[in-house]
Each structure stands twice: as C-alpha cells, then as structure tokens.
Design a protein. Structure first.
Length: 133
C-alpha cells in the first residue's frame, strides 16, 4: 500500500456516493428555497391587491353611507313607473353594485377566518406539497 493509497476502491466509492447525495440534497434545498421565495412574492402581490380592493371597498361604503335612502314600497312603485329607461338601468346597476359589495364583504370575512385558521395550523403545512386534504 503506497503513501497516496489511503482508501481502498470500495471506501472511495462510499465517499463519492455521500458527496453525490450531499450535492443532490443541496440542489433540492436550493430549489425549495427558490420556490418559497416565489410563493412569498406571489403572496405579497396578492396582499397588495387585497389592500387596493379593501380601500376601494371602503370608498364605496363611505359613498353609500352618504346616500340616505329609505325604501318605501308604495313610493318605490310610483317612482319606478315615472322613471325613464336610462334611470331604470341606473337603478338596476346600483342594486347590482350593492349585491356585489355585500358579496365582497362576506368573502372578506371568510378570508379573515381562513387566514386565522392558516395561522393556527401553519406548522402542519408543507410548502410545495399538493394532494388531498
């Protein structure tokens, strides 16, 4: 056995296999890091959009608060018969906007509850894993 012949061929293969596994593990960890960074970027964009929507929602709510409307069925029926087609379309659009606004508020509450649930169970989540719940 010579001075430079420290390991036998079998020992050298084991050492090289360990190095290859370490390299593969490092690659997997690096890929996971990139994926997590991408997910964080997406979530930041989603939060930014959500902030814009909430701001817009608050503006609409403030505007609607200024419109003090008392709904009286008899009055509404008499006014509706006197309204032009364009005014009827505007009324219909306003009602649709109100429905959309109410739906958005409901979904906003659901989203807050979902975020609370996610925070509660975040230790049980595995990033990048897709499958049945």
């Amino acid at each position: 056995m010579g001075l430079f012949d420290i390991y036998s061929k079998e020992d050298w293969r084991v050492v090289m296999a360990k190095k290859e596994k370490e390299i593969k593990l490092a690659k997997v960890l690096q890929d996971m890091s990139f994926s997590l960074n991408h997910i964080e970027d997406i979530m930041a964009d989603d939060r930014e959009l959500l902030v814009k929507l909430v701001t817009q929602n608050n503006t609409i709510v403030e505007y609607l608060k200024q419109l003090e409307v008392d709904i009286v069925e008899d009055y509404e029926a008499s006014v509706m018969s006197e309204l032009s087609d364009e005014e009827k379309k505007k009324m219909k659009k306003a009602e649709e906007l109100k429905e959309v606004l109410n739906e958005f508020m409901d979904k906003r509450k659901d989203l807050k509850e979902f975020e609370k649930e996610l925070k509660k169970h975040k230790d049980m989540l595995t990033p990048g894993q897709v499958g049945d719940a």
